[in-house]
Design a protein around this ligand. Structure first.
Ligand code: ACO
Length: 325
């Protein structure tokens, strides 16, 4: 019997045009390029100027649909991972689906799992494809974190940015082995005992206000350097692949020191670890699809390459996936 896989057939990304460098940040709060660069690896971040999460998500999704070479009528699922939706309800994905021109009645939903959101969304879309509930899914990670950032708090405001990334998944037949093309395995986790370690200061039902991001940086750091390798290794075990078969690791881009630690723990050479944090900072659910799309687009990631995704974020949530392009 043939095995159904979800293959990535299209990729897209979009970064807002307005760029804030570390020197710009030093005019807003008491900080310096030197502090931000050495502690985080971030040099600049892109910030929306009049655009919403839905607007930038749509740009990434349109590029993904274009590179996939499909017609909007072929899309039968739209999933958006975000913690910065345009409205509390409806889901921003519904608006994006309509603007993409999908058939009325096509299912769409938002996924809230913070920085792990894209891997969560990809997993749900993959599950629906493998169950036969969808054939062609647009999966997006997009955030306007600038809208939930406290621009007077130097501990957090230097870290975040806005951006969007997307893929198109298409059902394809495989053999059920690690040689197949598509999503080979994924693994999701959460542990709500860490709810308060990384959160916003509010929300619709608690303060009637979205609040600002606040975190215990050191706790987050310690958890990330253990949980991201754990999720990557678990997904690799499920996929039946070993570390030396991996062509690329795309870790969530929160901090260069977290990324380096994760690469070391997995014993991967630096050249195999994809890093773009310097340009964009932490864009939560958007970091992984932005990096994936950029690197497919510039030819770094090629057809047949084995790619591991790993992320950790508020919740805490963490997640890993293994994909053959
Ligand atoms: N500029 C200058 N000084 C600063 C800044 C800043 N932007 N921010 C903090 N400082 C100061 C602090 O006030 C502190 O000063 P003090 O010693 O006088 O009190 C000093 O720098 C050291 O602060 P620490 O918090 O000890 O710095 P640390 O080395 O832990 O780095 C950081 C902080 C970068 C936040 C780190 O803890 C980290 O990366 N944690 C992971 C959190 C993260 O990336 N979160 C993103 C969201 S979660 C996710 O995506 C996984």
């Amino acid at each position: 019997m043939k095995f159904i896989r979800s293959e990535i057939i299209g990729h897209g990304h979009y970064a807002p045009k307005k760029v804030l460098t570390n020197d710009d940040m030093a005019k807003i709060v008491e900080t310096s390029d030197e502090w931000i660069t050495t502690r985080t690896g971030i040099k600049s971040r892109c910030i929306v100027d009049g655009e919403t999460t839905g607007d930038i998500a749509l740009r990434a999704a349109e590029m993904a649909v274009k590179t996939a070479g499909i017609r909007p009528e072929e899309i039968d699922l739209v999933v958006l991972a975000t913690i910065t939706p345009d409205n509390t309800t409806p889901a921003t994905s519904a608006k994006i689906a309509a603007k993409l021109g999908v058939k009325p009645g096509t299912p769409s939903f938002d996924m809230s799992a913070a920085c792990s959101g894209f891997v969560y969304a990809l997993t749900q879309a993959d599950n629906m494809i493998r169950l036969g509930q969808a054939k062609t899914a647009v999966v997006i990670g997009a955030e306007t974190l600038s809208k939930i950032t406290d621009w007077t708090d130097r501990n957090t405001c230097v870290l975040f940015g806005d951006g969007a990334g997307a893929v198109v998944l298409r059902a394809t037949e495989g053999e059920g082995t690690s040689k197949d093309t598509g999503i080979l395995a994924s693994k999701l986790y959460s542990d709500g005992t860490h709810y308060d370690n990384l959160c916003t200061t509010g929300g619709p039902s608690s303060t009637q206000n979205p609040g600002f991001i606040t975190m215990e940086g050191k706790e987050v750091f310690k958890f990330a350097v253990n949980s991201m390798p754990e999720a990557a290794l678990a997904a690799m075990e499920l996929a039946g692949v070993s570390v030396n078969e991996i062509d690329w690791l795309i870790p969530h881009q929160a901090n260069i020191r977290i990324i380096e630690n994760v690469g070391k723990k997995l014993e991967l050479p630096d050249e195999k670890v994809i890093v773009n944090i310097a340009k964009y900072g932490n864009t939560s659910a958007a970091t992984i699809p932005m990096a994936l799309s950029e690197k497919i687009g510039d030819g770094t990631i090629k057809k047949g390459d084995l790619v591991v995704l790993t992320a950790m974020g508020a919740g805490f949530t963490w997640a890993g996936a293994v994909i053959r392009l």
